[in-house]
Design a protein around this ligand. Sequence first.
Ligand SMILES: Cc1cc2nc3c(=O)[nH]c(=O)nc-3n(C[C@H](O)[C@H](O)[C@H](O)COP(=O)(O)OP(=O)(O)OC[C@H]3O[C@@H](n4cnc5c(N)ncnc54)[C@H](O)[C@@H]3O)c2cc1C
Ligand code: FES
Ligand code: FES
Length: 478
Amino acid sequence: MTSSIVKFIYKNKIVEINNPDPNETILNYVRTKLKKTGTKEGCAEGGCGACTVVIGELKKNSINYKAINSCIAFVPSLEGKQLIIVEDLISKGEQHPVQKAMVNYHGSQCGFCTPGFVMSLFAMYKNYSSYKEEIIKDSIQGNLCRCTGYKPIIDAAKSLNKESKVDDFNRNKKITINLLNKIKHRNISIISGNKKYFAPKTVRELQNILKQNPNSKLISGGTDVSLIVTKERKDLNSLIYMNSISELNYIKKKNNFIEVGASTPLINFENFITKYFSDFSKIIKRYGSVQIRNICTIAGNIATASPIGDTLPLLLVLNSQIVIKDKNKTEILPLNGFFISYRKTKLKKGQFIHSIRIPFLKKDIFKAYKISKRIDDDISSVCASFCIEINNNKIKKIRIAYGGMSSIPKRAFKCEKILLNSFLSNQNIDKAKKLLEKDFKPITDARASNKYRMEVAKNLLEKFFLEIKQNKLIRLNA
Ligand SMILES: Cc1cc2nc3c(=O)[nH]c(=O)nc-3n(C[C@H](O)[C@H](O)[C@H](O)COP(=O)(O)OP(=O)(O)OC[C@H]3O[C@@H](n4cnc5c(N)ncnc54)[C@H](O)[C@@H]3O)c2cc1C
Ligand code: FES
Ligand code: FES
């Protein structure tokens, strides 16, 4: 059974929208339909956090609160969830503890960014029991303030450690959970003017829909796709939403590899992978913001095939594979070779990424580095990743990959070749650095010049070997 009615919880009531415009952003809906203008629009591309709202999702018999950028999330993605906006935090005329803290610590001047900060801090307040500096900084990574400065905001967040954890959302939790249970597990199919939108619940349904609508655009977190609407001002006439498929939201440890389902939010993977490849997790911590990582996926990062996709050089050196499906077939392809040219991959019409497999590499050392203009919420100028096995000072295996150095994320095969079976010496490292010039011809753009990129790529290679020599190694654990 499919439904054209999107249902979600707002202020502890079920809201129903019949055939909503699949390209309408939640931000636009909140400001123009709900007529609540606390939520602001700054950049319309997920970069400033002014539009942050919180989504409540059922997790077992509890609610998981996620801050998201409402400017790049479409209304139908609210299906089955709870929407919380800044106006909802006031209870019986009283400010929420997060709002009070912002006032008491002077966390606001012009106030434009404030609703976004409040919502990011609200999600933190709900999801953690205490708020260390690291958690606070992580939580507001995706919120920009141009006048207050961050210290008063961080101090406001720290003061929450002393506040009661009981708010109206706790008091109403049972009611909200009952309502969320009432509206779960529905398969959505929308027709609105000339636009179509499908949100299948299972892989089988996805396969049928994709077979019948091969020209549809798949959308997972939508953190790339939605910008076609919000920045390029184009329509997306047929969308198939992947993140409604809970069957694909998983991380499994198999004998020889880790398997990540295509609709798994990156934030879940970030927490999981620390134990196995700690540098992977470090790179993800600097990937967009919590708002972005709450919804975006590795599958989306792979399929969009950006030369500066941050997971890609890491997945390349880890010898990852992608499980690809269509209606009838399953293919397992190595990631190496999957990227054909700028933003072009081997993925064919009617196919989708089902999962990603990352092998355990018992003896290898894995490292990764991201260079960007800012630490948080910035796109890489260069991202480098290395996997090496050394025996008696001799390099037995080596894989090196870079993002930002070519039109696709790519292995440095010439550099690898000269290092393989050679001794770890300064002379060999210098030769390898020189060979990066044969592997890559980087471009100059707004982020970095070609010269800077090449210099950084060489330096990162050297840094990697220096760290190995100094024994600051990260070993892989199976
Ligand atoms: C503010 C901001 C900051 C960002 N920061 C970073 C960053 O630091 N590093 C970085 O690498 N990227 C960054 N990005 C880019 C983006 O978030 C990533 O590329 C993300 O991984 C895309 O995942 P998604 O699930 O949102 O993909 P979507 O936007 O849903 O989809 C992206 C592409 O993949 C296709 N697709 C999605 N799922 C599948 C599937 N299962 N099978 C086949 N095709 C599929 C879609 O059709 C589309 O072409 C940022 C984006 C924003 C807006
Ligand atoms: S308006 Fe800037 S992140 Fe949404
Ligand atoms: S208070 Fe003005 S931008 Fe933050």
